[in-house]
Design a protein around this ligand. Structure first.
Ligand SMILES: NC(=O)c1ccc[n+]([C@@H]2O[C@H](COP(=O)([O-])OP(=O)(O)OC[C@H]3O[C@@H](n4cnc5c(N)ncnc54)[C@H](OP(=O)(O)O)[C@@H]3O)[C@@H](O)[C@H]2O)c1
Length: 310
C-alpha cells in the first residue's frame, strides 16, 4: 500500500467515525427532547408521593405542579410556612392531588433531617426532586466580594447545595431500593458542567451534584432506582432576577415540563433542547481556556449581561 492509499484510508475512517458520532449525538438529542414529547414514562409507577425541596417558587414549584399534573401527591419542603401553605392549596385546587408541607431551612445543616425523616416516615416516596439551591453572591463577583458574613454564607451554600442532596437521598433511597423502584432528580447547573469564574463556590457545588448523581446512578440503576442529574442553563426565576424569557432563557414551568419528559430517556441532561444546544455551543465557541482566562473574567464582570442581572 502506498503512502497515498494509507492516508486516504486513515482519512476515510476518521471522517466516517466523526460522522457516526455526529449522527449518534443527533439521535440522542432527538430521542431526549423530541420523541420524549410523545413517549413519556408514567411517573406514577415510581410510587404515590413526590418530594420536592425548594418548592415554593421557581423551578421547584414548577416541578411540584408538573408532578401533581401527572398524577402524584406532593410533599413540599421550603423555609417559609406561609408560602408552603399557599402553594399546597394552589396544587390541591388546581390538580386535585394531596399535598403535605415540611418547613425546613436547608442552610442550617444536618440538624433538620431527623424532623424531615419523621414527616416522610409513613409515605411511599416514588420521586425525590433535590431542587433547593442558593447562590453565594447575588450576581457575578469575585470570591472575596461576598460581603461581611462570608464564613457563614459559605457554610450555608455548602449545606443548601450539597448536604441537602446527600441527606435527602439517604432518607428516601433505602425504601426505593426495597421496593425496587424510584426516581431521584438532582438539580445541578450548566455552571457545574463547565467551571464558571465569578460564581466559583456555586459552580463547584453544582459540579459535586453531577459527580454524586452519576456515581449513584451507576450504583443503583441495577436495583431499579434511577438517579437523574439535570444541568440547566438560564431559567427565569427569583435566582436569576426573573430575567426575560426568550429562546435561550426558559420559563420555570416550560423547563420543568420538558425536563420531566426526559425521565427514562436520559440520566444526565440539560433538561431542554435549547439548553442542550447552548451547552454544545459553549464548548465550541467559549472553551474553558478562554472562559478561565483573566481577560475574559475581567470582560465578564463589566459586561452588560451582568448589569442586567444586578
Ligand atoms: N434559575 C436558573 O437559571 C438555574 C439554572 C441552573 C440551575 N438552577 C438550580 O435550580 C434550583 C432551583 O433554582 P431556582 O432558580 O428555582 O431558585 P429560586 O427561584 O431562588 O427558588 C428557590 C426555592 O428554594 C427555596 N429555598 C431557598 N433557600 C432555601 C433554604 N435554605 N431552605 C429551604 N428552602 C429554600 C425557596 O423558598 P423559600 O424562600 O420559601 O424557602 C424557593 O422555593 C437550584 O438548585 C439552582 O441552583 C437554577
Amino acid at each position: 500500500m502506498s503512502l497515498h492509499d494509507l492516508l486516504a484510508t486513515v482519512g476515510g475512517f476518521t471522517v466516517s467515525f466523526c460522522l457516526l458520532r455526529l449522527l449518534w449525538k443527533c439521535w440522542c438529542l432527538y430521542s431526549e427532547f423530541i420523541l420524549s414529547e410523545h413517549w413519556q414514562v408514567d411517573l406514577r409507577t415510581y410510587g404515590k408521593w413526590a418530594v420536592v425541596t425548594g418548592a415554593t417558587s421557581g423551578i421547584g414549584k414548577a416541578y411540584a405542579e408538573e408532578l401533581a399534573r401527572r398524577g402524584l401527591d406532593v410533599v413540599l419542603v421550603s423555609r417559609s410556612d406561609l408560602k408552603l401553605q399557599r402553594v399546597a392549596k394552589e396544587i390541591e385546587n388546581k390538580f386535585g392531588r394531596k399535598t403535605r408541607i415540611i418547613q425546613a431551612d436547608f442552610a442550617e445543616g444536618d440538624s433538620i433531617y431527623p424532623a424531615i425523616a419523621d414527616a416522610l416516615r409513613d409515605l411511599e416516596i416514588g420521586i425525590l426532586v433535590n431542587n433547593v439551591g442558593m447562590m453565594y453572591n447575588e450576581h457575578f463577583a469575585y470570591f472575596l466580594d461576598c460581603g461581611p458574613d462570608a464564613a457563614k454564607r459559605i457554610t450555608q451554600v455548602l449545606n443548601c447545595n450539597m448536604m441537602s442532596v446527600t441527606q435527602m437521598t439517604r432518607l428516601v433511597l433505602p425504601d426505593m431500593v426495597a421496593r425496587k423502584t424510584g426516581l431521584i432528580i438532582n438539580l445541578s447547573s450548566i455552571t457545574g458542567v463547565r467551571p464558571q469564574p465569578l460564581l466559583s463556590l456555586y459552580s463547584a457545588t453544582k459540579a459535586f451534584v453531577i459527580f454524586f448523581s452519576r456515581c449513584l446512578q451507576a450504583e443503583y440503576k441495577s436495583k431499579g432506582v434511577t438517579i437523574q442529574c439535570v444541568a440547566p442553563s438560564l431559567v427565569s426565576t427569583n435566582m436569576t432576577h426573573n430575567i426575560k424569557v426568550n429562546c435561550c432563557v426558559k420559563s420555570a414551568s416550560a423547563f420543568a415540563r420538558e425536563a420531566l419528559n426526559t425521565v427514562g430517556q436520559s440520566s444526565y441532561t440539560n433538561g431542554c433542547l435549547s439548553h442542550a444546544l447552548q451547552n454544545v455551543a459553549l464548548a465550541l465557541f467559549l472553551p474553558d481556556w478562554l472562559r478561565l482566562s483573566t481577560y475574559f473574567v475581567k470582560k465578564q464582570i463589566n459586561s452588560k449581561f451582568v448589569e442586567q442581572l444586578k
